[in-house]
Design a protein around this ligand. Structure first.
Ligand SMILES: Cc1ncc(COP(=O)(O)O)c(C=O)c1O
Length: 368
């Protein structure tokens, strides 16, 4: 078998396929299409598998949109918080839908994007997000439009609306309530449009999520308003599918035992720091030893978390952080010039393929 050296991200296609099958099931039961949110996961070496189950991609920038178009295919939804004129001209040449974030962007650029279906992001004024930082309905939010009079005026330019107002929401009851509110507020507009995107942040691939109930709600909404529904799953597409595999490079003691690994939270799992979360690890059968597991960057708070282990760790021990696919590889950076984790895919037939490794040259050429 191939010898892999740490650090590396390991994506397991079998686990990915499980999520994909749920996404397809939702589509089969409800008619709602799912487009992958590339902001969360854009490792295109597994797009051949994902594109068999999903309907395309959605994006946050010109480059993401282009990647989706080139590497995933199917439908390309192009959204950006702030397009330049040149961006719009380019995305309009390949995207199926261009979604603007504001009235001013729509007014300024709709002519440039003529011939492409246009959408507008709406801020419904409510959200389910545990973090103010990621709350699209927070005070002064710039994400989406709110003025109903202005929105009504723009309807003739639009074919659909995009809402994104959830974050890891695993409650189907709250989703039901949200749909009802959206229908009450925007129903009359939706009747005049062809599609609506309900954004990401719905945790419907989580173990135990009531898929049939979810699908029934989607179908009912789509039928009532005569619209094609899109979902934009990021995290739900790839949850539980990857690990960050590391090795211990040192063990130090300061009130507790601290294992330093050959990766970094700051550089390789940045969202843990941003949202002040701990990494996750498989729990051992029998917990005998406890270590703080920390990264090797110079940042004092570069800590993955404190975990139980079955045995003493030593230099070279392997440590696997699980659930490492979402918002990790897309955000990795060269802070401290640390070796960049390679990207390895465990294919459906069990073979391991290192699809990308990084060298000193990549570090050097990232700057000049
Ligand atoms: C517009 C939009 N769509 C989809 C997503 C994907 O969300 P998630 O990864 O939580 O499913 C996000 C995340 O921020 C988003 O802003």
């Amino acid at each position: 078998m191939m010898k892999l050296t740490t650090p590396y991200y390991l994506i397991d296609e079998k686990k990915l396929q499980r999520n994909m099958e749920i996404i397809k099931q939702v589509r089969d039961l409800s008619g709602a299409k799912s487009v992958l949110a590339l902001k969360c996961f854009a490792t295109w070496s597994v797009f051949d598998l994902m594109s068999q189950y999903m309907d395309g991609t959605t994006s946050s920038s010109l480059y993401e949109a282009r990647l989706g178009h080139e590497k995933f295919g199917k439908e390309t939804h192009a959204y950006c918080v702030g397009y330049s004129a040149a961006d719009v001209a380019e995305v309009a040449s390949f995207a199926d839908k261009v979604i603007f974030n504001s009235f001013s962007q729509l007014d300024r650029y709709h002519e440039v994007a003529k011939g492409v279906k246009l959408g507008l992001r709406v801020n419904p004024g409510f959200s389910t997000s545990g973090f103010d930082l990621a709350d699209p309905a927070r005070r002064y939010s710039r994400l989406g439009v709110q003025d109903m009079v202005e929105l009504r005026r723009r309807l003739p330019l639009l074919s659909g609306l995009m809402f994104h107002y959830n974050c890891e929401n695993d409650s189907v009851a709250s989703f039901r309530e949200q749909l009802q509110r959206l229908g009450e507020i925007y129903g009359e507009f939706l009747h005049q449009l062809q599609w609506v995107s309900l954004g990401g942040g719905l945790y419907f691939t989580k173990e135990g999520y009531p898929i049939e109930e979810f699908a029934a709600l989607l179908k009912e909404f789509a039928t009532q308003y005569g619209v094609q529904i899109y979902l934009e799953p990021g995290e739900s597409s790839i949850t539980g599918c990857a690990e960050l595999v590391t090795s211990v490079v040192d063990i130090v003691h300061n009130e507790m035992d601290i294992a330093i690994v050959d990766a970094s939270v700051e550089a390789h799992m940045l969202d843990l720091l941003i949202y002040r979360l701990e990494g996750k690890m498989e729990q051992p059968q029998e917990a005998k030893r406890r270590y703080m597991v920390a990264g090797r960057s110079c940042l004092a708070g570069d800590v993955f978390g404190t975990f139980d282990f079955e045995r003493d760790l030593e230099i070279g021990s392997e440590i696997r952080l699980i659930d490492a696919a979402g918002y990790t590889m897309v955000k990795k950076n060269w802070f401290n010039g640390l070796q960049m984790p390679a990207i390895v895919v465990k294919r459906l037939d069990g073979t391991l393929e290192c699809v990308r490794s990084f060298s000193y040259e990549d570090f050097r050429t990232a700057l000049s």
